[in-house]
Design a protein around this ligand. Structure first.
Ligand code: FUB
Length: 451
């Protein structure tokens, strides 16, 4: 990924710098891999984002694993790697497509569609974990439900009744039992009427706008189903209902067809007092219908509960919070990464790696307060190392510190390096810019300032 992106990203960032009003570029929210099919979950003061992973250079929905990301501010996103993949489900053959995770009684349930090797049909599996970042295991050892259709969304109503909806070209649901891994009442079909889901121009066998990717939730007593509409290219539309199973009324467009991907996929949450709409597009260099990227926009419901039309931006939402540099921050917590990649770290979590001269990581709204005095980073290098430049605002901003990194004898042989810092005060974007000789320089696991 990085080979083709490094130069192109620099060009994109340079172009954005001269676009009035585009002071920063934080969409798509992940730059080092292609991501698709966002499913956000708010838990314990963070938003966890469950996505698919489009392979580099893909010419189909060639997807082998799912990924998890999290943020406390909607702009800096931590890479939690891949805690669930096709290999989690021994019965799964291929197609790690669009799913959704939910928490119940301290456990996290992640519903996903995959091809069942035994039948060759799409089936819905369920992963379960004790933490929102996994690891997830197969809860059942078999599909929860199978009818050849995709894109599960899960919703727990106020009375505790949980529902799993899914479908393309139809729309189905089951009533999940409290264990979240079985259901009662059989598999039910939601009638796709034009009153409920709009009229598709030249619809033929698909007369309504409903295509796939339902996202069902409840707000102020109204049930919402936001879905990918029409094909292809898709746009995002929604319907509402007085109950979880209907009757549904079509409410129109949420996001028009935009963004260089012929699919789109919705996910909505409220977080720290605001509403957010997640989607995907083909906005990264090399991006397109099979190399997609997840992005997010902030929005406000209209007074009558309707959803305004939301358009894709390169800026994304404003920060919902500041980042505390005086606690340990993972290097893989990133607002915009240029040239870097991530991998599992031997010390736990992920580390940033494949760093070359000129690569950088931007972290937004870092609350330095009265001033930072020193910087410490956890680093490893099987090569000669290099330097971490600490810059304010951008990769060409004021240098407030320089930390030398020497070779440690291995890419996972970790040590801590420290250096003095002057001039880092107030709340500012921070860029860790990496410099050195040729080839890969060093890895970074975490960093922390001292006041
Ligand atoms: O990512 C594979 C498929 O593309 C998803 O399941 C659909 O929602 C569409 O986004």
């Amino acid at each position: 990924m990085r080979r083709k992106l490094t130069c192109l990203l620099a060009a994109v960032v340079a172009a954005l710098a001269v676009v009035p009003g585009a002071a920063h570029a934080d969409n798509p929210i992940v730059q080092h891999i292609y991501t698709a099919d966002p499913a956000p979950l708010v838990h314990d003061g963070r938003v966890y984002l469950y996505t698919g992973h489009d392979e580099d250079g893909s010419t189909y929905f060639t997807m082998k694993e799912w990924r998890v990301w999290s943020s406390s501010d909607m702009v800096n996103w931590t890479d939690h790697g891949s805690p669930m993949s096709l290999s989690t489900f021994s019965w799964a053959k291929q197609d790690a497509w669009a799913g959704q995770a939910v928490e119940r009684n301290g456990k996290f349930y992640w519903y996903v569609p995959v091809v069942n090797r035994a039948t060759g049909r799409m089936a819905i599996g369920v992963g379960v974990a004790d933490s929102p970042t996994g690891p997830f295991r197969d809860a059942l050892g078999r599909p929860l439900v199978e009818n050849g259709e995709i894109d599960p969304t899960v919703f727990i109503d106020d009375n505790g009744q949980a529902y799993l909806y899914w479908g393309n070209p139809n729309l189905w649901y089951v009533r999940l039992n409290a264990d979240m891994t079985s259901y009662s009442g059989g598999v039910n079909q939601i009638p796709l009427t034009t009153a409920g889901f709009g009229t598709r121009p030249n619809g033929g066998s698909r007369p309504t706008m409903y295509e796939e990717g339902p996202w069902v939730y409840k707000r102020n007593g109204t049930y919402y189903n936001v879905f990918a509409a029409k094909c292809c290219s898709e746009f995002i539309a929604y319907s509402t209902a007085p109950g979880p199973t209907g009757p549904w009324t079509y409410r129109g467009t949420v996001m028009p067809t935009q963004g260089s991907s012929f699919t789109n996929h919705p996910g909505l949450v409220d977080f720290k007092g605001s509403s957010y709409f997640f989607y995907h597009n083909g906005a990264l260099p090399g991006g397109g219908g099979y190399t997609r990227s997840v992005a997010v926009e902030k929005f406000a419901y209209n007074a009558d509960g309707s959803i305004p039309t939301i358009t894709m931006t390169t800026g994304g939402p404003p920060p919902a919070d500041t980042l505390n540099p005086y606690t340990r921050q993972e290097a893989e917590t990133i607002a915009w990464g240029s040239g870097i990649e991530t991998e599992p770290a031997s010390e736990g979590g992920m580390n940033v790696g494949w760093i070359e001269n000129g690569d950088s990581i931007k972290v937004r709204t870092v609350a330095f307060g009265a001033g930072a005095k020193s910087f410490t980073a956890r680093v490893a290098s099987a090569a000669a190392g290099g330097t971490i430049e600490l810059r304010l605002g951008s990769a060409t901003g004021t240098v407030v510190g320089r930390c030398a990194v020497a070779g440690t004898g291995g890419w996972q042989t970790w040590t801590s390096v420290s250096c003095p810092v002057t001039g880092a005060t107030g709340t500012q974007d921070l860029v860790l810019r990496f410099t050195g000789g040729s080839g890969y320089l060093f890895n970074v696991n975490w960093w922390q300032f001292a006041a």
